[in-house]
Write a protein that binds this ligand. Structure first.
Ligand code: ADP
Ligand code: MG
Length: 460
């Protein structure tokens, strides 16, 4: 945004110029000028096209500098910025003809101002922290290639995939990599929503040129979740021109989306086709092995070395979203820390129960019955009978307890399954074992062991 002070300064400078140069020349060169920005003693003036920029620079720079000094008391450097596209771009953008008239692209004669704020990034989203597997190796390789040679290999690079599969991570990894190796890149990284909001604000504040100037001077433009352009016609139009300007200048464009270009709803065909000009690559659901590696990596980032079986347990139960995988690791590490407990398989299972019950396979009553029967060496038919010797009663009660804990069956249904008993018998068994468990660590271990067996048996 241009401050009121700068606006007024330029008005005063123009008044001054009117007095110092012939009216005809003033009308020819200065009538459509305005202030674009001022920073570090540089005043940027926008002019309608390159010819005027050239003329003013050749003939009237000193007049302007003098007038600026007179009005502001400072010696400011003056830079001209032409707003019209050059001819090549006009040819390239022939499709513009079919569109409602917009002020043209901002193209600078001078180097772009270094006024980009550094992108705000998650420091962990680096290439080093990205686990590569079959599901993502193409996207990873493309991201790396683009980071190493922006504008040269794949342009645009379009990465798509479901939520939580690493799109944002890869975009930010490119930013980190670029920043590490060359701090001078003008890099613009933002979400599509931010892009839309900024554009709307620019329109409201009458500063569309400022908006264009900013985006069309990026060396690398990264927009996350570009599918949010769906249905936003005006922003699509603006984005289209930004895309063309950058592409034409061989600046790198990198986009992420939840679906491939042609499946983004209500997206103009000419944008869809441009998205396909470079490389379109997909991030898939990682395999079990990759998920285990990601769990390990995430734990290590938190300074914790997880047992293999714990990593595998998490990776088995959380399949389709790496963000949830990471959430599970965080939850687990925090819980172990909080309860000052060792992070064993059993602890992990308990701690993650709430998080991943929905993903746990549903336990069947028959599965509980089998594990109990095998463990106590009691016949299935005995467990389901009305027999009452202690050697059968205890295992049956344990079966009822586990059934209540691990399934959604009612007390009545469980009673029916274990030999046609009523719900009070089941309730009695459940309470007895709850109490016993609280007092007797060996019983607690036994129940935990059986639970584990039931889940392991399910996997086989
Ligand atoms: P998206 O943008 O696709 O929804 P994110 O990039 O936000 O997904 O990823 C979600 C979480 O999963 C992040 O914490 C990210 O670090 C992590 N993640 C995704 N893929 C990987 C991977 N291959 N290696 C390590 N972490 C990953
Ligand atoms: Mg994302």
């Amino acid at each position: 945004m241009v401050s009121d002070y700068d606006q007024n300064l330029w008005k005063a400078v123009l008044e001054e110029l009117k007095n110092t140069i012939p009216e005809r020349l003033y009308n020819l060169w200065f009538k459509e000028t305005g202030i674009l920005s001022s920073s570090n003693n540089v005043l940027q003036i926008h002019v309608p096209n390159e010819i005027i920029a050239k003329k003013i620079s050749e003939k009237h720079l000193q007049d302007i500098e003098k007038a600026v000094f007179k009005c502001s008391g400072s010696n400011l450097k003056i830079e001209m910025v032409a707003l019209a596209p050059n001819i090549q771009q006009a040819m390239f953008d022939f499709e513009q003809e079919t569109m409602p008239k917009l002020p043209e692209a901002a193209l600078s004669l001078t180097p772009a101002p270094p006024s980009f704020p550094p992108p705000s990034l998650n420091k962990h989203y680096t290439f080093a922290n990205f686990v590569v597997g079959h599901s993502n190796h193409l996207a990873h390789a493309a991201a790396l290639a683009v980071a190493r040679a922006p504008g040269v290999t794949y342009n645009p690079l379009f990465m798509y995939g479901a939520v939580g599969l690493g799109k944002t991570h890869l975009l930010q990894a490119i930013c980190h990599d670029l920043m590490e190796r060359n701090a001078n890149y003008l890099m613009v990284y933002l979400s599509c929503e931010e892009f839309i909001n900024e554009f709307i604000n620019a329109v409201e504040q009458g500063d569309v040129n400022g908006f264009r100037y900013k985006y069309r001077h990026a060396d690398v433009l990264l927009i996350d979740d570009i599918h949010f352009l769906a249905g936003k016609e005006r922003t699509q139009e603006e984005f289209f021109h930004t895309f063309n300007t950058l592409y034409n200048a061989q600046k790198q464009i990198i986009l992420s989306s939840d679906s491939p270009p042609s499946e983004i709803p209500e997206l103009k065909e000419r944008i869809v086709s441009r998205f396909k000009w470079g490389l379109v690559t997909q991030l898939n659901i990682p395999s079990f092995e990759t998920r285990v590696a990601i769990v390990k990596k995430k734990a290590r980032l938190r300074g914790v070395e997880l047992l293999d079986e714990v990593c595998q347990y998490i990776a088995e139960h959380i399949v389709s979203n790496i963000r949830e995988l990471e959430g599970a690791v965080n939850h687990l590490v925090a819980a172990a820390d909080c309860y000052k407990e060792e992070l064993t398989f059993e602890f992990a299972r308990r701690a993650l129960r709430d998080m991943i019950t929905i993903h746990e396979p549903e336990v069947q009553l028959s599965e509980i019955l089998e594990v109990v029967s095998r463990h106590f060496n009691v016949k299935l038919s005995d467990l389901q009978s009305k027999k009452r010797p202690q050697s059968v009663v205890t295992p049956r009660q344990i079966g009822m307890f586990l059934a209540k804990k691990l399934t959604k069956y009612s007390l009545q249904e469980i009673g029916g399954f274990f030999g046609g008993r009523d719900h009070t018998t089941v309730l009695h068994a459940v309470e007895k074992l709850k109490e016993g468990q609280a007092q007797d660590p060996s019983l607690r271990n036994l129940l935990a062991e059986l639970e584990k067996e039931i889940f392991l048996a399910k996997k086989l």
